[in-house]
Design a protein around this ligand. Structure first.
Ligand code: TYD
Length: 208
């Protein structure tokens, strides 16, 4: 019987370098002869496009509506017959996703009710747990340095507060889910991309 592919998730605050690391891990896995499919949330499916419209402000939604929309999109990401995590991993293909339910627990969990958001996500029979989650950790100051050079100091302070709160929330989500047996690795993202990729590849090799 064909071995099933692995499902690996990347998370991190703005500017942590998820996109680069997703690409580098895909290259590394392919160099081992593995087949890899890249995904992201919000997805490119209709459910993901509806989220983008809401994020752009074009169609205003409440925080609870947003939480539910992310769940709908995540279920689609799992069960879609073409780009779905289930279909791809069953074919032996590794799937890497840029963001997953950790983002919902961090953002929507903080904005609505953590227990409710967690139950909708973790409790859904059509939302699988990843084999591995890599959290690219960047201090808020380092993140700001990368994403917002040359802005007013007040704005920087506000952003710093927000990034600090998002990072702290992510770290407590990680602690919570590790307690349930999930494999989640916190990787220092304030280093040259190749060095980070090397550490991630070493971690992933232990799980495949
Ligand atoms: P995206 O456009 O991919 O932004 P980034 O490049 O920062 O990853 O994601 C859109 C936004 O959606 C991002 O700010 C995080 C947010 N988001 C949530 O609030 N909850 C979720 O469950 C997901 C997947 C994303």
């Amino acid at each position: 019987m064909e071995a099933s592919g692995k499902f690996i998730v990347f998370e991190g605050i703005d500017g942590a370098g998820k996109t680069t690391q997703v690409e580098l891990l895909a290259q590394n896995l392919r160099s081992l002869g593995r087949e890899v499919s890249l995904g992201a949330e919000p997805t490119t499916l209709e459910s993901g496009r509806a989220i983008r419209r809401a994020l752009s402000g074009a169609e205003k939604k409440s925080e609870c509506q947003m939480a539910a929309m992310f769940v709908l999109d995540r279920i689609a990401h799992n069960i879609d017959s073409e780009i779905g995590i289930r279909a791809l991993t069953e074919k032996g293909i590794d799937v890497i996703s840029d963001r997953y339910y950790y983002s919902s627990l961090a953002y929507q969990g903080a904005a609505t009710d953590y227990g409710w958001v967690k139950q909708m996500n973790i409790g859904s029979p059509e939302i699988r747990r990843p084999d591995l989650c890599i959290y690219l950790d960047l201090l808020p100051e380092q993140s700001l340095e990368r994403i917002s050079r040359g802005r007013e100091s007040v704005e920087i302070y506000e952003n710093l507060e927000k990034l600090t709160s998002v990072r702290n929330t992510f770290l407590s989500v990680i602690e919570d889910l590790r307690g349930e047996g999930e494999s989640i690795y916190v990787v220092d993202a304030n280093r040259p991309p190749e060095q980070i990729a090397e550490e991630i590849f070493a971690i992933v090799k232990k799980h495949i």
